[in-house]
Design a protein around this ligand. Structure first.
Ligand code: HT7
Ligand code: ZN
Length: 844
């Protein structure tokens, strides 16, 4: 397969002034008629007229009304084209019914829908399918399906047809079409300049009771973007459609967002608090793309972080504003460390702006999205809130309607703030997680912090340069008062010292407050200092971090030195969770121990091969010890923080439930299952029901409740995904693979549905001790199923191969077992380009 390089970018030979498409829908033989007005691009070096096209049957082609015979080549067609404006027409036939890759036009649950990002439009018709070709689209859909939707504003419609006009020039990846038997939950929104926008959330009739929350989230997002960024919506309608078969969460097609049903449908009975929060964030994310991604788009796919990093940053800001900034920051840092640091420290590490790819779908990664968002956050920290807003205003003003690059993005910051971002740009080019080592000195009343940065080598990048790291620091005096409020130090050299005078006693530093940069802090700290910071730090992130550090070091001592659970940590934790001045959601976060995978990476970093079974035992041992020592307190918290009254997904109630359910899970370890059984019986919402079921399964009880849950929810696909996933996630290490295998034989295991496949196999790879069981059964089972899925759905298969990406951490036996599975996958005939690239990178 061909590798595409950023350095090879050339402007398109022809630009498009207008696109007219007619769809004659039929499940196995849809006809697509296109009429595209081209003109030579004055900035292009060549006149090579090439249109992308894949899996298309060409029926006819015309140039300016004259029949032509294009040369069909791999991946598209070529034609001798005029060196002047002309109209190209084509008629092609496609087969949505047998499109199982869920890219292009496909069928899901009897409806037609599309997914064009990144390169799916070429499976719909011949076109320059690259983001730097932007054009207005006019679409006519001919079909007897009751609802016919496309991008933009509605045009003429009648029995069997509907027309749509999208006046805003857009790249083909934002094209969308939906046709099916759908009903709408409708509302409207008046924009800041007084325009009325019709809002519709289209679903199957059975799901109409799960739309209200999503609609509210959409309206909140529209208001927020006006108030926070001055960005107004720009069409007469905004449509969202829920579909069951979808490779990712959602897609920001202009005026017609298409959502994985799991990312939009929610009712108190079927969705958890976490689902509600995720749905709110994804709706916001896709809506925010209207400006960051659609109006200003990417020149090429190497610039993906330009839209994704910025839009993730914006959705994080939004969630913080809607809920709690402190809690959100901790959640984001947990995700970054669990997923992005894992990627950045393994064989799949790549820069936020990659330099090459084989299959672009493999680069929709946590690095591009989450680290990309961290870079935007650092920029904002460095230039300040006003500078950030000024730069963003300039970005929208200068680049509206354009397809741009990271260089353009950084330039608006330079011009708006006068800051040189030459060194800062390394964050985009350099892969790997920087380590920041801390040394302290206290001499003659002067306190000095010396910070040293290093970034380990990553695949293809052995030499790393120092990056600009904003390190937010505060100082506390020994009795716990803050003597230096948060100050941002800029670490630009490999090593740099920062002195603080005027202190009466040696201070305790609180470093990297608010997780001010996506780095690993290497700091010698005693457990006393950590307990002190957990008690006194005014920065909520570092207060939580101190507890997390205590938990991690205690767990590492249990695993590596055979120590018992650390009583000092448990007591400090007890004081933290008992503190009624703290938000319950924050206290629930204090109770969350580092995950088994995070501990495995921490052990690997000490030069040892992690043993997943030993990690699991130690972590469970610590959970038991916490439940033993803090049982009375946990029981009191459980009782006093119960939410009464009607269910609301709002942050306050959700936070209380996360605290009581964290307590429940611990209490069940020592008390047995009665409390959880009672909660299960009394539950009137999914959060309470599934938390109780999870607590029961974790202690080997709950068979009756599991059955009752299945009986109650067998008709709800999204709830059944939880049922599948929970069993695999809660299985004991010895049973995890077998549980997953047994569930694949369940009649409701529809493996072609990505949500269902992920429910079982995502849970298997997330059950670290089960997946890495020394028998290798987990590895084999996953590889078998990936090989089965690959011919149908390469995108989801390739993504799920990442379960194997940490293989080099482990002992020789496990390494051998995983390598054998990776080699088995790599050696399979006809393996997709997607999966082949992923396993190739992991084996390299
Ligand atoms: N921009 C979208 C990314 C995407 C995608 C979505 C659904 C299915 C396949 C996809 N490939 C790429 C989603 C987003 O980041 O908002
Ligand atoms: Zn996005």
């Amino acid at each position: 397969p061909r590798t595409v390089y950023l350095k090879d970018y050339t402007p398109p030979a022809y630009l498009v002034d207008e696109v007219r498409l007619t769809f004659r829908l039929a499940p196995e033989a849809t006809r697509v008629l296109s009429e595209i007005r081209f003109r030579p691009n004055p900035d292009a070096a060549s006149r090579d007229f090439f249109l992308h096209g894949e899996q298309l049957k060409l029926i006819s082609a015309h140039v300016d009304g004259k029949a032509v015979q294009p040369v069909l080549v791999e991946g598209g067609l070529r034609l001798e084209a005029p060196d002047a404006p002309f109209t190209f027409e084509a008629e092609v036939e496609i087969d949505p019914e047998h499109n199982t890759a869920l890219e292009g036009l496909y069928r899901s649950g009897g409806m037609y829908c599309t997914q064009c990002e990144a390169e799916g439009f070429r499976k719909i018709t011949f076109y320059p399918d690259r983001p730097d070709v932007m054009a207005p689209f006019h679409v006519r859909i001919e079909s007897d399906e009751p609802v016919l939707l496309s991008n933009g504003n509605p045009g003429a419609s009648g029995p069997g047809f509907a027309e749509w006009n999208d006046p805003w020039p857009k790249p083909a990846y934002l094209f969308a079409l939906v046709a099916g038997d759908l009903v709408a939950h409708s509302d409207s929104f008046t924009t800041m300049s007084g325009r009325e926008v019709a809002l519709n959330l289209w679903v199957r009739e059975a799901d109409i009771d799960k739309c209200a929350f999503g609609m509210e989230a959409l309206k909140k997002s529209m208001t927020w973007d006006e108030r926070t960024y001055g960005r107004e919506y720009d069409l007469d309608v905004f449509n969202i459609v829920a579909v069951d078969d979808f490779n990712m969460g959602a897609m920001e097609n202009k005026g017609l967002n298409i959502f994985n049903s799991s990312a939009v449908l929610a009712s108190p009975a079927t969705a958890t608090d976490a689902d509600f929060e995720r749905i709110e964030a994804i709706i916001a994310h896709e809506y925010f793309h209207n400006w960051t991604g659609n109006r200003v788009t990417c020149r090429d796919w190497f610039q993906l972080c330009l839209k994704e990093g910025l839009t993730v940053f914006r959705d994080q800001q939004f969630t913080g504003d809607m809920r709690s900034h402190a809690v959100k920051r901790i959640d984001d840092a947990m995700l970054l460390r669990a997923a992005q640091f894992r990627e950045d420290n393994g064989p799949l590490a790549h820069p936020v702006r990659p330099e090459s790819f084989v299959e672009i779908n493999n680069f929709y990664t946590v690095t591009v999205y989450e680290k990309g968002a961290e870079i935007v956050g650092m920029l904002k920290r460095l230039v300040g809130d006003k500078g950030y807003r000024k730069a963003l205003d300039l970005y929208f003003e200068r680049h509206d309607g354009q397809a741009v690059t990271i260089e353009d993005w950084l330039k608006v910051f330079e011009e708006a703030t006068g800051r040189d971002l030459g060194q800062f740009a390394r964050w985009y080019h350099q892969a790997g997680t920087p380590r920041v080592h801390v040394a302290e000195d206290w001499t003659d009343g002067r306190y000095t912090l010396t910070l040293r940065q290093e970034t380990p080598a990553t695949p293809g990048q052995s030499d790393k340069q120092p990056v600009v790291i904003p390190v937010a620091v505060g100082l506390l005096n020994p009795n716990g008062d803050e003597v230096l409020p948060t100050k941002v130090l800029e670490l630009t050299e490999t090593e740099q010292s920062f002195a603080f005078d005027g202190l009466s006693a040696r201070p305790v530093p609180s470093i990297l407050r608010g997780f001010s940069a996506p780095v690993i802090l290497k700091q010698e700290q005693t457990d006393e200092t950590r307990a002190f910071l957990l008690a006194h730090d005014t920065d909520p992130f570092n207060k939580w971090e101190a507890g997390r550090d205590l938990a991690r070091t205690g767990l590492l001592a249990m695993i590596q030195s055979g120590d018992g659970p650390h009583a000092g940590y448990i007591d400090a934790l007890g004081r933290g969770i008992a503190d009624e001045s703290l938000d319950p959601a924050f206290r629930a976060q204090l109770l969350a121990l580092p995950g088994e995978d995070e501990l495995a990476q921490a052990i690997f970093e000490t030069g040892q091969a992690p043993d997943p079974s030993a990690i699991h035992e130690a972590r469970e041992g610590l959970r038991h010890a916490i439940a033993d020592r803090l049982g009375d307190l946990l029981s009191r918290l459980y009782d006093t923080h119960q939410v009464t009254g009607a269910y609301s997904p709002k942050a306050g109630d959700a936070g209380r439930r996360s605290l009581t359910n964290a307590a429940l899970s611990l209490l069940s370890l020592t008390e047995g299952g009665n409390r959880a059984r009672n909660q299960f019986r009394a539950a009137d919402n999914m959060t309470q029901q599934i938390a109780a079921l999870g607590a029961l399964l974790k202690i080997g009880e709950g068979a009756a409740e599991l059955k009752a849950f299945e009986d109650q929810w067998s008709h709800e696909r999204l709830v059944m995904n939880k049922w599948f996933g929970l069993q695999v996630g809660a299985a004991q290490p010895d049973d995890a693979a077998e549980t997953a295998e047994r569930l694949t034989r369940h009649p409701a295991f529809d493996w072609k549905n990505p949500n269902r496949f992920r429910a079982v196999f995502g849970a298997l790879s997330g059950n670290a001790a089960g997946f890495h069981h020394p028998s290798g059964a987990g590895y084999r089972l996953l590889a078998d199923w990936l090989l089965k899925l690959d011919p149908l759905n390469p995108q989801t298969t390739a993504r799920m191969t990442q379960a194997f990406s940490t293989w080099k951490r482990y002992d020789e036996d496990r390494r051998g077992l995983i390598r054998a599975e990776l080699e088995r996958i790599a050696g399979t005939d006809g393996l997709s380009r997607d999966t082949s690239e992923m396993v190739g990178r992991m084996l390299a």
